[in-house]
Design a binder for this molecule. Structure first.
Ligand code: FE2
Ligand code: FE2
Length: 330
């Protein structure tokens, strides 16, 4: 009979040998798998990061879900629906990845619904115009790609593998956003104005998605040593700006930062300071939509109670059936 392997028994049985092996796996750029020994702090960091990431995907469905019924054509509606469904899928892969670290999904839901867990601040901004669907795809999903492509190589196996598929889908999200803006920029003056106004609102918050400047990001170094994170916040932000400038030129959109300028010496675009007080204010709960987002998530969770109950009852029934059939089969 198989014994139940728990986190504690693993910690005990692996002991010092587990630590040596962990260090070795990290040093050789190999992967840590759920049954490997790992330091508690590594596990905690991952649970926090992966669950926050999952929460962001799920809450992130709201600003765009808001536009599904109002998308300007059947084609746009179909694309937007597919995109929002992808985000739900991303949330589910990520909750599954976090569960492999020994944290219950219910517990993670509870942390989100009680307001204890954070999610990406970008989803606390409102989406008053159709052009915001373009800006979210181009800028928010664009920033997500810059952030997430390196996570495909994260040292924790289930996280890195989940990110591979997520990144493929994010790439479609970014293109559909770019294409919405491109259509608007080829349209009437009112459409061009709407696109520019929307980009003006989303540009800086998108740049802040990479997190505070490196000097104010105390946990980054440890995450990089553990090879969860591969590049610093500022490196990723720079990469994002370098990607945006030529794309903005194709769109004919002006990025709302007069300090953007090619720096020959650095081989990168320089750009202006960001207003971090706004970032911290939104993080504290004072964004345009923090309250609305959580209230809607709570309502959706309550309304979905019957689905969870039905799924549980079905699983129990299958388990009973399997138990009844087992002696016959053997
Ligand atoms: Fe996503
Ligand atoms: Fe996305």
């Amino acid at each position: 009979m198989a014994t139940t392997v728990t986190r504690d028994t693993l910690d005990d049985t692996h002991g010092e040998a587990g630590r040596v092996r962990f260090d070795e796996l990290i040093a050789t750029d190999s992967r840590i798998e759920p049954t490997d020994w790992m330091p508690d702090a590594y596990r905690k960091t991952l649970v926090r990061q992966i669950s926050q990431h999952a929460h962001s995907e799920i809450i992130g469905m709201q600003p765009e879900g808001n536009w599904i019924t109002r998308a300007p054509s059947l084609k746009r509606k179909a694309i937007l629906m597919a995109k929002v469904q992808d985000e739900a899928g991303h949330g589910l892969y990520l909750y599954s990845a976090a569960q492999t670290l020994g944290t219950d999904r219910e517990e993670m839901f509870e942390q989100l619904l009680s307001g204890k867990a954070k999610y990406s601040s970008i989803f606390n901004y409102l989406t008053p115009t159709w052009a915001d669907m373009g800006s979210i795809g181009w800028l928010v999903d664009g920033a997500a790609i810059c952030n997430q492509v390196p996570l495909c190589r994260a040292s924790y196996g289930p996280y890195g593998r989940a990110m591979v598929r997520i990144c493929k889908e994010e790439s479609f999200h970014q293109r559909q956003g770019f294409e919405i803006l491109l259509a608007l920029m080829n349209g009437t003056d009112a459409q061009k104005k709407m696109a520019q106004e929307s980009v003006n609102r989303w540009y800086a918050p998108a740049l802040m998605m990479f997190g505070p400047p490196d000097d104010d990001s105390p946990n980054s170094k440890q995450s990089m040593d553990w090879k969860i994170k591969r590049f610093s916040n500022d490196e990723l932000r720079q990469r994002f700006v370098d990607m945006l400038v030529p794309q903005a030129e194709i769109l004919g959109i002006t990025l709302p930062d007069p300090d953007i300028k090619w720096n020959e010496e650095r081989g990168h675009y320089d750009f202006g300071e960001l207003d971090w007080s706004e970032f911290y204010d939104v993080l504290k709960g004072n964004g345009q939509a923090n309250t609305v987002r959580l209230a809607r998530r709570r309502a959706a969770h309550e309304n979905g109670a019957w689905v969870r109950e039905a799924a549980r009852a079905y699983a129990d029934k299958q388990a009973t059936l399997a138990a009844e059939l087992l002696p016959v089969a053997s």
